[in-house]
Structures are given as C-alpha cells and as structure tokens.
Ligand binder design. Sequence first.
Ligand code: ATP
Ligand code: MG
Length: 429
Amino acid sequence: MAKGIRSIRGFSDILPDQTPLWQHVEATIRGTLEAYGYREIRLPIVEKTELFSRSIGEVTDIVEKEMYTFDDRNGDSLTLRPEGTAGCVRAGIQNGLFHGAQPRLWYAGPMFRHERPQKGRYRQFHQIGAEVYGETGPGVDAEMILMTARLLKRLGLEDVRLELNTLGTAEARAAHREALVAYLQAEEGRLDEDAKRRLHTNPLRILDTKNPEMQDLVEAAPRLMDYMDDASREHFEAVCSVLDQAGISYRINPRLVRGLDYYSRTVFEWITDRLGAQGTVLAGGRYDTLVEQVGGKATPAVGFALGLERLVSLLEESGGAGRANDPHCFVVSTDSLKALPLVEALRDRLPALRLQMQTDGGSFRSQFKRADRSGAGVALVLGDEELAGRRFGVKDLRGQAEQQALALDELEEYLARRWPELAATEVVD
Ligand code: ATP
Ligand code: MG
C-alpha cells in the first residue's frame, strides 16, 4: 500500500472524542461574551501581509520568523493570520464600525504561526478573542479583566493566576528604552544571540526572554514603571482598584511586556503552572494607537485572546471533563427503513433529543452492543412486532428495569421525565 499522507507538523486533528469538550468550552465562552454585550465578527483567514507587519510590528517574533507568507497567483504577498486583532481592526475601519459607535466584538478561529511545535504550542492553533473600541477610561480595561475572570471561573478553572502591568505611553517607553539599552549594553557579554539582535531594534522584548540564563540580568534591568507618566499611572491604579474591590487577586509583573508591539498602558495575562513553559492561557491589553496605525481614525481599543488548545488541555488535566453529549437513545431495529418514520415522529416531539441508530441493521446482539458503547441511556427496540403496533420497546441500558412497550405519547412522557431538559420547547445547546 502506498504510504499514507499525514498531516503537517504542528497541525492537529481535533477528534470526535475531543470535540464535546471543545464545544463545551466554546459555548461557555460565547455565553459569557454575549452576557457582556459582545457581538461576533467573522473574519478572513488570509489577509495582505502588510496588514500584519504594520500592526504587529516588524521586529516581533511573529513578523520576523513565524508567519506563513506566500505569493498568490497574482504575485500579491498574503499571510495566514497569526492572530485576530489586526484583521478585526482592518474590518472595523473598512466597514465603518467605529464611526460614532463603541463596538464590542468577538471572533474565533484558527491562527497560524511557524513556531517549534511542543505541548501547548502548535503551528495551527485556535483563539477566541474580544475587543472593545472607542472607550478610553480604565473602566473598560477593568471590566474586561473581570469578564475574563468570570469566564475562567465558569469553565471551572481555579488554578490560574492573573498578572498585570502597564506599558504607559510611547513617550514613557522611549525614556525607559534609553535607560534599558544603556544597561544592556554595559552587560553585552551576558546577552544571548536573540537579545543582541534585539538590543537596537526592540530592547523591551528582551525583558520577555524565556532563556533561563538571562533571568537575573532582566530581573535587575531598569523598570518601565519608574518612567511612567502620571496619566498612565493613574489609569493603571484605577484598574487595580476595581479589581481589589471586586476581590480579584493579581500580581503586578513589571516584566510583562507581551509579544506584540501594538500594546500601550494596561497588559494582562492569565497563567497556569500546569502546562510548563506554555502557561499563558489568555492574554490581552490596551492598544490605543493600533487603529490609526492600520489607517483608521484614532480610536482607543482594548482586547484579549485566549488559546483554546491550552484551555482544553488544562481542563483535561484537571479532570474537569466537558459535558458529555452522548446520545439519550439508541434505536435497535429489525428494519431501519420502517423504523425511520417512527423515529422522526419522536424527534418532532422532542427536538433536543439526541438519538442514534444503526441504519444498516445487523443482529440484535451486535446492535445492542453498539447501543451500549454509544453511551446512550436507553435502547429503543423496534422489532417486527413493535413496528406493526407502532410501539417502542424501551430498555434502560443503565439500570435493571424490565423492557416495556410504550406508544409515542407514553414514550415522550417517559423521556421527558428521565431527562427534564428534553421537555423544554426550545432546543438548548
Ligand atoms: P507565548 O508567549 O506563549 O508565545 P504569545 O504572547 O505569542 O504567547 P498571543 O499572541 O498573545 O500569545 O496569543 C494569545 C494566546 O494564544 C496565548 O496566551 C496562548 O494561549 C495562545 N497561543 C499563542 N501562540 C500559540 C501557539 N503557537 N499554540 C497554541 N496556542 C498559542
Ligand atoms: Mg508567541
């Protein structure tokens, strides 16, 4: 047999055993975002390369070495989106979403970065992100952080901690940068290759190094906080004060700088120790100059993105399995063609019923085996006799009760008693 084609390194299939947990996580997040007034926007996966170099920053890891960039058949340089904010800002400008409105938007989908694949770090991964445009004050920063806290709590993740910092204004960063470069230059011998390269292009990013041998060096480096302008300092204090009043604990981490250039003022991350070096599950902050940078009218913005792979694996690790969506019923029949109309009549009555059947028959024995494996609670038996009498044989697969024969009305009642959520008239997910 010819060698099978396998997926690309760093690109994964999310298999049917895993999708229930994914769906649970996605639905919980969506519910939380909508409760705070965010509306979904769906964006293209491919954008012009220039959009990302202009917004994320030329000398960031992403733009320097992680983008999937290619020329299309017209010779235009295109890029698979490495993150969602740039596209969101582009779409907002292009569609006039920011004019006189303060939109709250969320998006979800795959992102692509050519990184070294390892646990929690893939080349295709999935993010859900949210953004608010047009609000300048610290209130929206605080509200967004509170929302992310609620989101993680709803998912049952207690084991994550919040880190905060402020990056101040461009002027504050420039003054700090000068001091930082002087400090690092004096210690040039201790810098790794990456840091040497960054020294004159993007020294702030050196503080974000993951190299353990440079930790002491960056620990003692000049702190941006000491160069902060008063307005940024007040803004940050106001955010912290709301969190204090709401009883959210956090740590101010002066080295939290984020990997993208567009941030200003508040930045925050939710981090876990359970996923090794890939511990950041959700990250965000304010980016007041980005809209203008991409070509729109100056519009302040705050946003965050979370990594679904990391959240899902954290839930798996902590045993917080997702809501099962095993079928309620499994139909065992002698003639699926005759059984189908009856089954459809049952579905009409209970729209939320999860029901599965094996249409190509097989022995009762093998169908019962499959019913059991499906996780269904009840087998609905439609043998010749039941089909002729339009009754369902009902066998509890999880208890000892005798099989009973029920007409459609009685079956509807029985199932709604057993699974009260089925009685709701609307389909709930
Ligand atoms: P890291 O420091 O871990 O590389 P980042 O700063 O590059 O993260 P962001 O661009 O802020 O990450 O993306 C937000 C979130 O998306 C991250 O906190 C993480 O949960 C997730 N994420 C980022 N890159 C990857 C990846 N390659 N694989 C899986 N998840 C990722
Ligand atoms: Mg990264």
